[in-house]
Write a protein that binds this ligand. Structure first.
Ligand SMILES: [Zn+2]
Length: 115
């Protein structure tokens, strides 16, 4: 499998552009570059029903419904430019002190890397 850097990072705000959650918008909680996946807040929610389990002290650990985000393909999301508030393609550019910047192709403003 080819290893490619993801276009989004943890902390970025992205818009979902395809799939069941198309149109949704949220923060990237986690990226899984090796599989081309991202976890986006409140997108692709799953419910996991936990059964009550007897624990070591003879009591019962309560069951319940746990909701969590299932990763989605990074190709289904697009980085949201904070400047023009639109999902944008970006180009990368090395700035004066040598750090890579992402520049919105729409409005030419740099999009800061979170974290
Ligand atoms: Zn922009």
């Amino acid at each position: 499998m080819t290893r490619k850097k993801l276009s989004v990072r943890t902390g970025d705000t992205v818009r979902v552009i395809a799939g069941n959650y198309a149109g949704a918008q949220g923060q990237v909680l986690r990226t899984i570059p090796s599989r081309g996946l991202v976890v986006v807040q409140d997108v692709n929610m799953r419910k996991h029903h936990k059964r009550p389990v007897a624990n070591a002290r003879g009591g019962v650990t309560e069951g319940g419904i746990v909701t969590y985000e299932e990763p989605i393909s990074v190709s289904n999301v697009m980085l949201l430019c904070p400047q023009c508030d639109e999902p944008s393609r970006v180009r990368r550019q090395r700035d004066a002190d040598g750090t890579i910047e992402r520049i919105c192709k729409r409005c030419d403003h740099p999009i800061p890397m979170a974290g």
